[in-house]
Design a protein around this ligand. Structure first.
Ligand SMILES: [Zn+2]
Length: 370
């Protein structure tokens, strides 16, 4: 799907949510989304029973959350509770008749097509019908597990830190800012030579770019994806491996919160970051809803990305997590943050020094993106 179609559909969602904002249930709806996020994560790590608990809570808060019903259906499918799974998918379809993914799951689980009376009733003939069909197909691609709803063609690569902000520093003196720049430049060259993806860099040298400006750059380039490259550090020197993050209002774990705190710590130097309080900012609420939709997509993309990335990099896979990363927060596109390893781990720091290992990281990222 073309990016503009994706945006068009997204804006319809935003407009639908806009109606919701007029009633006070909006706060509940966003909490419900958060729980559904957490449920999705349990689902991705095959903890189906935990996913069911979280998703049920999400649905108690917002019984109209069809996304949560779809996830609940998948969790029950994982537990092999077909009856409950079908019931959840039916709920999803009842709330959102265009949820063709859930419809397909019902078909698969019951092995017979469900009546399409609802469809008949609402689809007028002619071009409008065709547009609806296209939209349903597009929505299905967005809500299915097969990946993002559109092809990634323009990527903004963000080399974490820079200038006075060194980021993490290893025991042997490896600086995060130098490593991330080297990987970003290599990735840029690698993707340029392949020609399928157009890339943009937030920085090309050793200087500092404020966190807020990095996503502004991505938004200006009208990118399909924003990837921020980092390496991790921990007081526990045994910690090792790679992990992918996406943005959420609440952190998925204490560790994730710590990582976000570390990556956000430079924020105090960012100019112009002033809280405007005391008035009702309608635009802001609209933007927040739009952002949540991108975060949702980011979560899906992060799972796919980390899944491929780990196949090509011979270090521990620490999975996908979420937290409130300032650098990802305002991106108007799916945005992820990669922690490619630990400089605080002596073995990994030595590997990260090696050009051949850096080349493998670049290869793993490229394969994760394409
Ligand atoms: Zn960092």
């Amino acid at each position: 799907m073309e990016r503009r179609d994706f945006i068009k559909i997204l804006s319809r969602y935003v407009l639908a949510s806009y109606g919701l904002m007029l009633c006070p249930s909006i706060a509940l709806a966003s909490d419900s989304d958060e729980l559904a996020f957490q449920g999705q994560e349990r689902l991705n790590s095959k903890k189906y029973a935990e996913a069911v608990d979280l998703l049920k809570k999400a649905l108690e808060m917002d019984p109209g959350n069809h996304w949560a019903y779809g996830l609940l259906g998948r969790a029950y499918t994982g537990l092999d509770k077909r009856g409950e799974a079908v019931a959840a998918f039916r709920k999803a379809v009842n709330i959102n008749p265009e949820d063709t993914f859930s419809r397909m799951m019902i078909d698969q689980l019951t092995q017979k097509p469900i009546p399409k009376t609802q469809q008949k009733k609402k689809a007028p003939p002619g071009p409008e019908q065709k547009a609806r069909q296209e939209e349903a197909a597009a929505l299905n691609r967005i809500s299915s597990d097969s990946g993002l709803g559109y092809k990634v063609e323009r990527v903004v690569i963000d080399a974490g830190h820079g200038g006075f902000d060194s980021g993490a520093v290893g025991l042997r003196g490896l600086k995060e800012k130098d490593l991330t720049l080297d990987i970003a430049l290599r990735l840029h060259e690698r993707l340029k030579s392949e020609g399928k993806i157009k890339t943009f860099l937030t920085r090309t040298g050793d200087y500092y770019v404020p966190l807020s400006e990095r996503t502004v750059i991505a938004n200006q380039h009208n990118a399909d994806l924003f990837i921020s490259i980092h390496v991790n550090a921990s007081t526990n020197r045994a910690s090792s491996g790679s992990e992918t993050y996406y943005c959420s209002a609440k952190a998925s774990s204490k560790e994730a919160m710590k990582v976000a705190e570390l990556e956000n710590s430079v924020l105090k130097y960012d100019e112009g970051f002033k809280q405007k309080a005391g008035f009702f900012d309608f635009e802001k609420i609209l933007r927040q809803i739009e952002q949540r939709l991108y975060w949702r997509e980011s979560g899906k993309f992060a799972s796919i990305f980390q899944g491929r990335f780990k196949q090509y990099l011979p270090i521990k896979n620490r999975g996908v997590h979420s937290a409130n990363f300032y650098v990802l927060r305002t991106a108007k596109m799916p945005a992820i943050l990669l922690e490619a390893g630990f400089v605080s781990n002596l073995d990994e720091e030595m590997m990260l020094y090696r050009p051949d290992f850096r080349a493998r990281i670049v290869e793993a990222i490229a394969r994760g993106l394409v």
